[in-house]
Design a protein around this ligand. Structure first.
Ligand SMILES: [Zn+2]
Length: 283
């Protein structure tokens, strides 16, 4: 999970721009009358996200007595995504993803916006920037739960949570044939019980342990030949360790907790792997 600066743009700017491109005057007027409720929803989200209280935000189907959740959902797809005036903000939010990578998984291409709280259940947050997180398609569509049922279920939010500077992702080397890696969370000593639970929920919700294990398996196959070449030369086991260590250091400069950083670091410290265990990698 990567940290992104919270967007400067607010619902007070985005909502009226999206509403201004609605063709039907009566519908436009109904939407305009919702502005204060949209702003209040933004404030509530901003207040509760850092306190483990997001799950207390009420699910709604009708706003201001006459705007449905479907209509506000359509405001997102029809005006913010599809109309140039709203698209400016859509594109701006996506472009905040570091290196164009999805901040939720740190792996896929950020090509879409994920509603942290789904627009069907929380329509007032449909076009509210703090609820819109740059995301890859897999993270956006593959979430296991679409809204938290308690504080421990609240997945990490890139605009509010920052766990980049401590190591929290661990890989276990399974000495199976073929060799595999299993990823898991190792909560940092400075973390609260709530943060530890949320990081674990984040990995589960986006199936990141499965994603990371399969990516690692592919990368391992790709480097098997090279490891054998180094091991069989005069460099031997120390050479294999040096190669993996150098890759670990290089990847850690970018992201301490990427699946690549953790894979290379773990393997470089595994004597069994470096002294020939790598031959169990699938070809
Ligand atoms: Zn992703």
């Amino acid at each position: 999970m990567r940290k992104i600066n919270k967007p400067i743009i607010t619902a007070a700017v985005v909502f009226p721009v999206c509403v201004s491109t609605v063709g039907n005057a009566a519908f436009r007027a109904r939407l305009t009358a919702c502005q204060a409720l949209i702003n209040a929803a933004e404030d509530e989200f901003d207040n509760k996200i850092t306190k483990g209280q997001i799950h207390t935000i009420a699910i709604e189907t009708l706003i201001n007595g006459n705007v449905t959740n479907k209509e506000l959902k359509k405001l997102y797809t029809g005006q913010m995504v599809a109309k140039p005036q709203g698209r400016v903000y859509y594109d701006k939010l996506i472009s905040s993803a570091p290196n164009g990578l999805c901040p939720l998984c740190s792996h896929g291409e950020a090509t879409t916006l994920d509603h942290y709280l789904p627009k069907t259940k929380f329509p007032r947050l449909s076009v509210v920037p703090v609820n819109l997180v740059p995301s890859c398609k897999d993270c956006n569509t593959g979430k296991l739960a679409d809204c938290p049922s308690g504080p421990n279920d609240e997945t990490l939010h890139p605009y509010y949570d920052d766990i980049e500077n401590v190591k929290w992702l661990i890989a276990d080397v399974n000495r199976t044939t073929p060799l595999t890696l299993t990823y898991r969370v190792s909560p940092h000593s400075t973390w609260s019980a709530l943060l530890s639970a949320r990081v674990a929920s984040h990995l589960d919700c986006f199936n990141l342990n499965i994603l990371y294990a399969s990516q690692a398996a592919r990368r391992l196959s790709g480097m098997k030949y090279n490891l054998e070449r180094i091991f069989s030369s005069t460099e031997g086991t120390p050479g294999v360790k040096r190669y993996l260590e150098a890759e670990a250091v290089s990847n850690e400069q970018v992201n301490l907790n990427s699946w690549e950083s953790v894979m290379y670091r773990t393997l470089s410290e595994d004597d069994w792997f470096c002294s020939g265990g790598f031959r169990s990698i699938a070809s």
